[in-house]
Design a binder for this molecule. Structure first.
Ligand code: 0X9
Ligand code: ZN
Length: 436
């Protein structure tokens, strides 16, 4: 998980100054060499506040598990900040542990590519590995050519990314291009490093198409709904994380800042860039931070693309589903503060049942609750915007495998878990679609 605290600093405040030896290309500099992975379980309010201070005040701190009283927080700290951070935490009476001395070394150990179970031959996607963005786009085209009567449209959204990529979407419908059926929108891969998200979305599309008219759930899911799916909403970020182990933990898009103190730095957190209480909670005003929300709501092509595609179908859109990783949760709205939509009881009970369906497949337990209850408040998220901006009545955010405590795996979920993740998400998403 990643978050920062409510950070009520005016966003106009300038970004942090680059230090001499900091590569401007990437605030992480030369990757994560000698970055320490620390853990600490705050047992007092003072210790919790010290962790919160590190999260919001220490530039480049990266919380993999956020601070919560009596729960283990896990976070990455650059070597130059290590002593300061230890001082802050120890002064508060905390007992931080070094889990790993060199995060780059963790990233450089090959991601386990254990062979997964063979998927049924009828499927198109190879679920034994994570794929490049180009391959993901090719898969969308193959879906269309293989199932022309179920895939009226594979296209690109209107705004090119900063690295000049198209963001592709796929529409699944039994009614062709002019369909007026109720629709469900699914957005995957908005955070670059969360590779399991696009992989699970591809599995879902594949299974839906392969089983239409031969298996009852798939048939119902397509008879009752059109599906509009963006399987990789942040292709620049995704490809950046694929380009080197030194970039494997990149989260944001790849906007390049060209003025002021931000000059030469990169990246806006797309899940803070939507017009839903934009810039109020869970953001950092520093452009080098992982939760920098941009200069204004919808300043980024990738979030504009989701906005525009949703707006096209909003009159018949009954659910919006955002897929992230990790920590095994189904997050109900709202994320931006402690308020809840009027149908919160319904959203929660459907999500609880969807959690049970998921659990029954491979015994993975997902927790259900709002971000404020389970993590932190965070503004500018896509699922909140789908409700307050597009009038969708049912929206949730999934955080996929692994469990929050599994920091050693984290975003680097072995590829042999793509298939089981897809299988459990199939049941969970089917429940949401058919009962929301
Ligand atoms: O912080 C986020 O954007 C999501 N967690 S993640 O670790 N995948 O980055 C949670 C998003 C919940 N939604 C909102 N707070 N709007
Ligand atoms: Zn995410």
């Amino acid at each position: 998980m990643k978050g920062t605290l409510i950070f009520a600093v005016a966003l106009a405040v300038a970004c942090a100054l680059p230090t001499e030896n900091q590569e401007k290309n990437d605030p992480e500099g030369s990757g994560y060499r000698n970055h320490k992975l620390l853990s600490m379980t705050p047992t007092t309010k003072q210790q919790l506040e010290a962790l919160e201070q590190v999260e919001s005040g220490i530039e480049g701190s990266d919380f993999w598990i956020d601070p919560l009283l009596n729960h283990q927080a896990v976070f990455r700290i650059s070597p130059d900040k290590f002593n300061d951070v230890m001082g802050i935490l120890k002064n508060a009476g905390g007992h931080p542990n070094v889990l790993h001395e060199d995060v780059q070394e963790m990233m450089d150990t090959p991601e386990p590519q254990t062979q997964s179970r063979a998927a049924t031959t009828q499927y198109i996607v190879n679920n034994a590995q994570y794929h490049s963005y180009a391959t993901i786009q090719n898969y969308l085209n193959t879906f269309k050519s293989t199932y022309p009567s179920l895939v009226p449209d594979v296209g690109v959204t209107p705004h090119k990314t900063h690295d000049n990529r198209d963001v592709s979407y796929i529409t699944l419908s039994t009614n062709g291009i002019g369909s007026t059926k109720q629709a469900i929108f699914m957005e995957c891969g908005i955070h670059a490093r969360e590779w399991i998200s696009p992989a699970v979305c591809l599995y879902f599309i594949d299974r839906l198409l392969a089983n239409y008219n031969s298996e009852s759930t798939a048939t119902e899911l397509l008879n009752q709904f059109d599906w509009v799916i963006v399987p990789a909403a942040n292709p620049d970020g995704y490809e950046y994380t694929r380009s080197s182990t030194s970039n494997r933990l990149w989260r944001k898009n790849r906007r390049r800042f060209t003025t002021g103190n931000c000059n030469g730095y990169y990246g806006v957190d797309l899940n803070r860039n939507f017009d839903a209480m934009w810039g109020t909670t869970g953001v950092s005003s520093s452009c080098t931070a992982d939760t920098y929300p941009g200069t204004g709501a919808f300043s980024e092509p990738e979030s504009m693309n989701i906005r525009d595609k949703v707006n096209e179908i909003k009159d018949r859109l009954s659910a919006f589903i955002s897929i992230h990783s990790y920590s095994q949760m189904i997050l109900t709205p709202y994320g931006f503060d402690g308020t809840k939509p009027s149908n919160t009881g319904h959203i929660t009970s459907v999500s609880n049942a969807a959690r049970d369906k998921l659990y029954n497949v491979h015994n993975k337990y997902f927790t259900v609750g709002t971000p404020g209850e389970l993590l932190y408040h965070a503004s500018g998220g896509s699922y909140d915007w789908s409700i307050v901006g597009a009038g969708v009545s049912f929206a949730v955010t999934y955080e996929l495998r692994p469990a929050g405590s599994d920091w050693a795996t984290g975003f680097r979920l072995p590829a042999n878990q793509i298939l089981p993740s897809g299988e459990e998400m199939w049941e969970s998403l089917a429940h949401i679609a058919l009962n929301h």
